[in-house]
Design a binder for this molecule. Structure first.
Ligand code: PMT
Length: 413
């Protein structure tokens, strides 16, 4: 779905509210994803963000005036609103919503909204009392019956010092809603707001593995690896934030597990496999754990003694490959299975081979060679390997990698 949307043109109408600053982040995120953003500012929006900063981020002219004759000669407002693939209003203030519901056309934004033949997605933002006001709720009902799509508002502390619904949806939630709306036809509207659009994974169950496993040698010694659990934890959080029920199966990681998910703590690969099996069925599985490939076959029940003389000889046995096992399940296979590949050489080639060998839908390849800081670090440079090809992402914080991956999972589900 991502490649289809790349190049889609978003007419972004920025209304006059404090949340307008978040629209700058939205523009940046849309551009990063390959969308074209054509910005429109209302008069009031200019009190909150400058046309210059919007133009710089969008890389496009900012449209501000209905009676801009030069522009009218080059491109009428009808064309501006119809060239778009989607019209997004963020923030949609109480006033803009009222104008839309009443069919007003007395400035550029309201005229474009009247003239468009494309789907419209609004991200309302206002004080909680304004949101709850019967007039706003009446307008909302009208907009809904007109087929207008909505994302948010979200609940939380507001700039005015009050608490409740009214905060504009976070840019990543608006982005997820844009993808959802563009992926659907007008005859199948999303209709409802925060529950569906901002949290597209509500009702979905995802199993996430994370952290290292440890394989005992004797009661005091073990073999393990450097995974901190940071990447897996961030993925579980991002999926949770999109509304998924998450079963988080974690080895002994140094990063604490997220709140609001089911945490299943394990030590060994055998335990992790059993925990994943118990967590099924699931809609998706994301295997970010660094599972030890081998366990010690001749582990002892008592501490190995140095004074016995000679060197201990360890024998190894292969651990279950949890990812390959999940991918090759028949009836209980999650619809989407995502693996990771931790590589030190020929990252893409090795990860691609791993994807095919383990029959995984997607593999997230990351370079873990010395000096990258991938293990235990804050950032990660990954490539997403899909059936359709390879997408290489820039170096990002692990939370951002997780957020992007969660959004892609939401699209796929
Ligand atoms: O935890 P951090 O410090 O944040 O570091 C993140 C990470 C580097 C651990 C993470 O991004 C990552 O790459 N995880 C996968 C590590 C790994 O074991 O890669 P692999 O190439 O050996 O395994 C490939 C895939 O098979 C992985 O999805 C792994 O979970 C899975 N696997 C491997 C072996 C096994 N016995 N069972 C498995 O399920």
């Amino acid at each position: 779905m991502g490649t289809v949307m790349q190049g889609s043109r978003i007419l972004l109408i920025i209304g006059g509210g404090i949340a307008a600053y978040k629209s700058l982040t939205l523009i940046r995120d849309l551009k990063r994803e390959g969308f074209r953003v054509v910005p429109v500012l209302t008069r009031a929006a200019e009190e909150f963000v400058t046309p210059l900063s919007v133009a710089a981020l969008a890389g496009e002219d900012v449209h501000r005036y209905l009676f801009d004759l030069t522009r009218e000669a080059q491109m009428g407002h009808i064309q501006l609103s119809r060239d778009a693939d989607l019209v997004v209003v963020a923030p949609a203030t109480a006033d803009l919503m009222a104008k839309m519901a009443g069919g007003h056309a007395n400035d550029l934004a309201s005229t474009l909204l009247m003239a468009t033949d494309k789907q419209v997605l609004i991200a309302p933002a206002m004080n909680v009392r304004m949101w709850n006001h019967p007039a706003t709720q009446r307008n909302l009902a009208l907009l809904r019956s007109d087929g207008i799509q909505r994302v948010g508002p979200e609940e939380g502390d507001m700039a005015c010092g009050e608490f409740g619904p009214g905060r504009m949806a976070e840019p990543e939630h608006i982005l997820a809603a844009i993808r959802l709306v563009l992926g659907r036809s007008r005859s199948a509207p999303l209709r409802l707001g925060p529950e569906v659009a901002a949290r597209p994974l509500i009702g979905k169950h995802v199993v996430v593995t994370s952290g290292p496993t440890i394989e005992p040698i004797d009661p005091v010694r073990y073999i393990s690896n450097h995974s901190s659990g940071a990447q897996g934890t961030a993925i579980a959080e991002a999926l949770r934030d999109l509304g998924a029920k998450v079963s988080f199966v974690t080895g002994p990681a140094t990063v604490p597990p997220p709140d609001g998910v089911e945490v299943i703590r394990v030590q060994t690969a055998d335990e992790m496999r059993a925990a994943v099996e118990a967590a099924l069925p699931a809609d998706a599985a994301v295997m970010a754990a660094a599972v030890a490939d081998w366990k010690v076959a001749n582990r002892t029940e008592h501490k190995m003694k140095k004074d016995k003389g000679g060197m201990p000889v360890l024998e190894f046995a292969e651990n279950p490959d949890i990812l390959a096992w999940v991918s090759q399940l028949k009836a209980r296979r999650p619809k989407l299975v995502v693996g990771f590949a931790a590589e030190t050489d020929d990252v893409i080639a090795n990860a691609t081979a791993k994807r095919l060998r383990k029959r995984v839908d997607w593999i997230v390849a990351n370079d873990v060679s010395t000096g990258t800081g991938t293990f235990g670090g804050a950032d990660n440079t990954v490539s997403l390997i899909l059936d359709s090809g390879v997408e290489s992402w820039p170096r990002l914080g692990k939370a951002e990698v997780a957020r992007r991956l969660a959004n892609r999972i939401a699209e796929a589900l």
